[in-house]
Design a protein around this ligand. Structure first.
Ligand code: HEC
Length: 199
Protein backbone atom coordinates (compact mmCIF):
# COMPACT_ATOMS: atom_id res chain seq x y z
CA UNK A 1 0.00 0.00 0.00
CA UNK A 2 1.49 3.30 -0.98
CA UNK A 3 1.80 6.20 1.43
CA UNK A 4 -0.64 8.32 -0.58
CA UNK A 5 -3.25 5.59 -0.39
CA UNK A 6 -2.80 5.38 3.39
CA UNK A 7 -3.26 9.12 3.69
CA UNK A 8 -6.46 9.00 1.63
CA UNK A 9 -7.91 6.25 3.81
CA UNK A 10 -6.97 8.20 7.00
CA UNK A 11 -8.60 11.38 5.62
CA UNK A 12 -11.74 9.43 4.68
CA UNK A 13 -11.95 7.99 8.21
CA UNK A 14 -11.49 11.49 9.70
CA UNK A 15 -14.24 12.84 7.44
CA UNK A 16 -16.70 10.11 8.44
CA UNK A 17 -15.78 10.56 12.12
CA UNK A 18 -16.27 14.36 12.01
CA UNK A 19 -19.63 13.99 10.22
CA UNK A 20 -20.71 11.40 12.79
CA UNK A 21 -19.59 13.65 15.63
CA UNK A 22 -21.49 16.53 14.09
CA UNK A 23 -24.67 14.38 13.93
CA UNK A 24 -24.31 13.34 17.58
CA UNK A 25 -23.43 16.79 18.97
CA UNK A 26 -25.74 18.78 16.69
CA UNK A 27 -27.52 21.65 18.44
CA UNK A 28 -31.19 22.30 17.81
CA UNK A 29 -31.63 25.29 15.55
CA UNK A 30 -33.82 27.23 18.02
CA UNK A 31 -31.27 27.04 20.82
CA UNK A 32 -29.11 30.15 21.24
CA UNK A 33 -25.34 29.90 21.16
CA UNK A 34 -23.59 29.87 24.53
CA UNK A 35 -22.79 33.32 25.98
CA UNK A 36 -19.03 33.46 26.52
CA UNK A 37 -19.12 36.98 28.03
CA UNK A 38 -22.70 37.33 29.28
CA UNK A 39 -22.17 40.61 31.15
CA UNK A 40 -24.45 42.83 29.05
CA UNK A 41 -26.53 40.18 27.32
CA UNK A 42 -29.24 39.86 29.93
CA UNK A 43 -30.03 43.42 31.00
CA UNK A 44 -32.89 44.00 33.39
CA UNK A 45 -36.02 45.39 31.71
CA UNK A 46 -38.93 47.12 33.36
CA UNK A 47 -42.51 47.37 32.17
CA UNK A 48 -43.85 50.90 31.79
CA UNK A 49 -45.89 50.83 34.98
CA UNK A 50 -43.59 48.61 37.09
CA UNK A 51 -41.79 50.06 40.12
CA UNK A 52 -38.17 50.93 39.31
CA UNK A 53 -35.33 51.31 41.83
CA UNK A 54 -33.12 53.23 39.40
CA UNK A 55 -35.17 56.45 39.42
CA UNK A 56 -35.68 58.75 42.39
CA UNK A 57 -39.44 58.71 41.76
CA UNK A 58 -39.44 54.89 41.97
CA UNK A 59 -41.48 54.70 38.73
CA UNK A 60 -40.36 53.42 35.32
CA UNK A 61 -42.47 55.75 33.17
CA UNK A 62 -40.96 59.23 33.48
CA UNK A 63 -42.65 62.57 32.92
CA UNK A 64 -41.01 64.15 29.83
CA UNK A 65 -38.47 66.87 30.57
CA UNK A 66 -40.23 70.27 30.39
CA UNK A 67 -37.53 71.47 27.97
CA UNK A 68 -38.60 68.89 25.35
CA UNK A 69 -41.57 69.28 23.03
CA UNK A 70 -43.68 66.53 21.46
CA UNK A 71 -42.94 66.25 17.73
CA UNK A 72 -46.43 67.34 16.73
CA UNK A 73 -46.68 70.32 19.08
CA UNK A 74 -48.65 70.53 22.30
CA UNK A 75 -51.72 68.30 22.59
CA UNK A 76 -54.74 70.09 21.18
CA UNK A 77 -57.07 69.59 24.14
CA UNK A 78 -60.16 69.13 21.99
CA UNK A 79 -61.78 65.73 21.48
CA UNK A 80 -63.81 64.64 18.43
CA UNK A 81 -67.54 65.35 18.09
CA UNK A 82 -69.89 68.26 17.45
CA UNK A 83 -69.73 69.66 21.00
CA UNK A 84 -65.95 69.82 20.98
CA UNK A 85 -66.07 71.33 17.47
CA UNK A 86 -68.30 74.10 18.81
CA UNK A 87 -65.88 74.70 21.70
CA UNK A 88 -62.91 74.84 19.28
CA UNK A 89 -64.91 77.19 17.02
CA UNK A 90 -65.42 79.51 19.99
CA UNK A 91 -61.92 79.37 21.51
CA UNK A 92 -59.36 78.86 18.75
CA UNK A 93 -57.93 81.58 16.54
CA UNK A 94 -55.57 81.03 13.63
CA UNK A 95 -52.16 81.99 15.06
CA UNK A 96 -50.86 82.55 11.51
CA UNK A 97 -51.71 85.36 9.18
CA UNK A 98 -52.24 85.39 5.44
CA UNK A 99 -50.04 88.48 5.43
CA UNK A 100 -47.04 86.13 5.63
CA UNK A 101 -46.60 84.90 2.05
CA UNK A 102 -44.58 81.88 3.25
CA UNK A 103 -47.51 80.60 5.37
CA UNK A 104 -49.99 80.98 2.54
CA UNK A 105 -47.56 79.40 0.08
CA UNK A 106 -47.10 76.42 2.41
CA UNK A 107 -50.89 76.26 2.91
CA UNK A 108 -51.32 75.96 -0.85
CA UNK A 109 -48.90 73.02 -0.96
CA UNK A 110 -50.65 71.30 1.97
CA UNK A 111 -54.04 71.91 0.36
CA UNK A 112 -53.01 70.52 -3.02
CA UNK A 113 -51.49 67.42 -1.43
CA UNK A 114 -54.05 66.65 1.27
CA UNK A 115 -57.33 68.40 0.48
CA UNK A 116 -57.53 68.99 -3.25
CA UNK A 117 -57.89 65.25 -4.08
CA UNK A 118 -61.45 65.47 -2.69
CA UNK A 119 -62.22 69.17 -2.43
CA UNK A 120 -60.88 70.12 -5.89
CA UNK A 121 -58.38 72.82 -6.78
CA UNK A 122 -60.91 75.64 -6.17
CA UNK A 123 -62.53 73.85 -3.20
CA UNK A 124 -65.76 73.17 -5.08
CA UNK A 125 -65.94 69.51 -4.03
CA UNK A 126 -64.99 68.15 -7.44
CA UNK A 127 -61.57 66.55 -6.85
CA UNK A 128 -60.37 63.40 -8.67
CA UNK A 129 -61.30 61.15 -5.71
CA UNK A 130 -64.89 62.38 -5.99
CA UNK A 131 -64.81 61.75 -9.76
CA UNK A 132 -64.11 58.11 -8.86
CA UNK A 133 -67.14 57.79 -6.62
CA UNK A 134 -66.20 59.17 -3.17
CA UNK A 135 -69.14 61.14 -1.66
CA UNK A 136 -68.70 64.76 -2.75
CA UNK A 137 -67.92 67.26 0.02
CA UNK A 138 -69.86 70.53 0.07
CA UNK A 139 -68.08 73.42 -1.67
CA UNK A 140 -65.62 75.21 0.57
CA UNK A 141 -66.55 78.39 -1.27
CA UNK A 142 -70.21 78.03 -0.22
CA UNK A 143 -71.72 80.28 2.43
CA UNK A 144 -71.83 77.47 4.98
CA UNK A 145 -68.06 76.89 4.93
CA UNK A 146 -67.39 80.63 4.76
CA UNK A 147 -69.39 81.13 7.94
CA UNK A 148 -67.53 78.43 9.89
CA UNK A 149 -65.00 80.07 12.25
CA UNK A 150 -61.31 79.21 11.81
CA UNK A 151 -61.41 77.16 15.03
CA UNK A 152 -64.18 74.99 13.57
CA UNK A 153 -62.20 74.39 10.37
CA UNK A 154 -59.21 73.47 12.53
CA UNK A 155 -61.36 70.97 14.42
CA UNK A 156 -62.59 69.42 11.15
CA UNK A 157 -59.06 69.13 9.75
CA UNK A 158 -57.87 67.67 13.07
CA UNK A 159 -60.64 65.21 13.93
CA UNK A 160 -62.52 64.87 10.64
CA UNK A 161 -66.26 65.14 10.14
CA UNK A 162 -68.71 62.69 8.57
CA UNK A 163 -67.02 61.03 5.60
CA UNK A 164 -63.85 63.08 5.99
CA UNK A 165 -61.06 61.63 8.15
CA UNK A 166 -58.93 63.78 10.47
CA UNK A 167 -55.43 64.82 9.43
CA UNK A 168 -53.84 65.17 12.88
CA UNK A 169 -51.51 62.24 12.21
CA UNK A 170 -50.34 63.51 8.82
CA UNK A 171 -50.19 67.27 9.34
CA UNK A 172 -48.55 69.31 12.10
CA UNK A 173 -50.77 71.88 13.78
CA UNK A 174 -48.92 74.65 11.93
CA UNK A 175 -49.56 72.96 8.57
CA UNK A 176 -53.26 72.56 9.41
CA UNK A 177 -53.53 76.29 10.19
CA UNK A 178 -51.68 77.09 6.95
CA UNK A 179 -54.11 74.93 4.94
CA UNK A 180 -56.92 76.92 6.56
CA UNK A 181 -55.27 80.20 5.51
CA UNK A 182 -55.32 78.86 1.97
CA UNK A 183 -58.99 77.79 2.21
CA UNK A 184 -59.82 81.35 3.31
CA UNK A 185 -57.89 82.73 0.34
CA UNK A 186 -59.81 80.38 -2.00
CA UNK A 187 -63.04 81.68 -0.48
CA UNK A 188 -61.99 85.31 -1.04
CA UNK A 189 -61.12 84.49 -4.65
CA UNK A 190 -64.52 82.78 -5.05
CA UNK A 191 -66.23 85.92 -3.72
CA UNK A 192 -64.22 88.15 -6.01
CA UNK A 193 -65.18 85.99 -8.99
CA UNK A 194 -68.87 85.99 -7.95
CA UNK A 195 -68.77 89.78 -7.73
CA UNK A 196 -67.22 89.95 -11.18
CA UNK A 197 -63.89 91.08 -9.73
CA UNK A 198 -60.41 89.96 -10.70
CA UNK A 199 -59.77 86.21 -10.54
C1 HEC B 1 -61.08 61.86 1.28
C2 HEC B 1 -61.68 63.05 0.86
C3 HEC B 1 -61.39 64.34 1.63
C4 HEC B 1 -60.17 64.90 1.88
C5 HEC B 1 -58.81 64.40 1.45
C6 HEC B 1 -60.43 66.10 2.63
N1 HEC B 1 -61.76 66.26 2.83
FE1 HEC B 1 -62.66 67.81 3.75
N2 HEC B 1 -64.47 66.91 3.51
C7 HEC B 1 -64.69 65.72 2.83
C8 HEC B 1 -66.09 65.38 2.93
C9 HEC B 1 -66.75 64.15 2.31
C10 HEC B 1 -66.71 66.38 3.70
C11 HEC B 1 -68.15 66.44 4.16
C12 HEC B 1 -68.14 65.85 5.55
C13 HEC B 1 -69.51 65.66 6.16
O1 HEC B 1 -70.20 64.72 5.77
O2 HEC B 1 -69.85 66.45 7.03
C14 HEC B 1 -65.66 67.34 4.03
C15 HEC B 1 -65.87 68.50 4.76
C16 HEC B 1 -64.93 69.48 4.95
C17 HEC B 1 -65.20 70.76 5.56
C18 HEC B 1 -66.55 71.26 6.07
C19 HEC B 1 -67.27 71.92 4.94
C20 HEC B 1 -68.67 72.36 5.33
O3 HEC B 1 -69.18 73.27 4.69
O4 HEC B 1 -69.22 71.77 6.26
C21 HEC B 1 -64.01 71.44 5.58
C22 HEC B 1 -63.78 72.85 6.10
C23 HEC B 1 -63.01 70.57 4.99
N3 HEC B 1 -63.60 69.41 4.62
C24 HEC B 1 -61.68 70.91 4.84
C25 HEC B 1 -60.71 70.03 4.40
C26 HEC B 1 -59.30 70.33 4.38
C27 HEC B 1 -58.68 71.66 4.80
C28 HEC B 1 -58.67 69.21 3.93
C29 HEC B 1 -57.17 68.98 3.78
C30 HEC B 1 -56.40 69.08 4.99
C31 HEC B 1 -59.69 68.21 3.62
N4 HEC B 1 -60.89 68.75 3.94
C32 HEC B 1 -59.44 66.97 3.08
C33 HEC B 1 -63.75 64.98 2.17
C34 HEC B 1 -62.39 65.20 2.22
Amino acid sequence: MTFVRLCNIALMILLVLSLGLHLVLRRTAGQPNPDLFPDMVHTARYNAFAPNPYFASGATLQVPDPRTSPHNGAPLGYGPGAQEAARAARDLRNPLSAQEPASLERGKIVFSNFCQPCHGSAGRGDGPVVARGFPAPPSLAAEHAQALPDGHLFHIVTHGQGNMAGYAAQLSQADRWKAILFVRSLQRQGNAAALGGSR
